[in-house]
Design a protein around this ligand. Sequence first.
Ligand code: PEP
Ligand code: MN
Length: 386
Amino acid sequence: MFLISLPHSHQSELRAVRERLDRAGCRYQSIALADRVQVVAFPSSGHEADLAAELQRVRGVERVVRLRSPYCLSAREATEARTRVTVSAGLEIGGNEFVVMAGPCAIESYGQTRQIAGVVKGAGARVLRGGAFKPRTSPFAFQGLGHDGLEVLRGVREETGLPIISELMDQSEAAAVDEAVDIIQIGMRNALNYALLRDVGRLRSRRPVLLKCGIGTTLDEFLCAADYILCEGNPNVILCLRGTIGISRESRSSLNVADIPALRKRTHLPIIVDPSHVAGAWDLVPAIAASAVVAGADGLLVEVHHDPSGALCDAGQCLRPELFHAMMHRIRLLAQVMGRTMASAPEPMSRGEAHPFSDFCLEAPPAAPAKEGYSRVGLQAREAAL
Ligand code: PEP
Ligand code: MN
């Protein structure tokens, strides 16, 4: 497979590329992006190298990339730089900032959402999460407030200034969700719903889309799913790992931490980890979140509730405000060690709760004299922790 890139304005050059591909008997598809056209072509075997060299010589062609992966537009080689998805003024995902998105699993009421939004914003989260349309295993479980939930999100965004991420489950809701949110979430259950993926790719808003990995989906299938959105002209795709089927019964699903650097090798798209749906239990969330930062993720999607015992959805896995605050404090230190920035917490952390990392080896090192070679960042992190 070839990926040929040209600037948008070069119509005659694009014609020349098409004519050359037609002569070679290649099947191909052109994708119009905001600033360029990409042509995905399937040459018959045998003459790829010659054809690639010839296409590279066509005036206006910027790059010709030969790919052996089943996915193409999401492949690392498809762009020179990593993709940074702009969510709102001053907020990008995929840049140097480690971005935390947090909030309830489901929107339950205005008061609930407003209260949790205050908590997550106070702890340094940059985006408010919350499902208005909920995919539930049982049809008798709370299904979300639907359009009323979107109204709640709209109001809370206005009050707090936090951008919103919420799930789109069905094509018929695409316009309403697109209008209400800053990031459209495609959930695990729709991870391979190709008609829905094409639809979000076609939205004129080119709204950022956070695509979750399916519960039994390989990385190849995951990146092919991302291609379904990209090939419709929406470049703003964010990948989200939320665990897959595993053999352990300790957590709701299994996250292979190696998938994070493996994905970074394979794709230019930003990578988010959802530790809440990996864990299924609140006390496992901080350690999974910490491993995601260290393994090179670009951010987190975390469930938080001010009253977990009363939560209508995923009660067992949402963090109480104090634990979320404490987790964010440690995540910020780790992000710093990893050379990333992270928004500071406008609200001071409450000291009343047991620390979510207290059983893990992530406590600040004892205040012994620093050994030679101890990194400056590490020292700063330690000082900040004390
Ligand atoms: C969610 O984020 O609330 C959700 C339903 O997640 P997933 O699609 O990963 O199960
Ligand atoms: Mn949930």
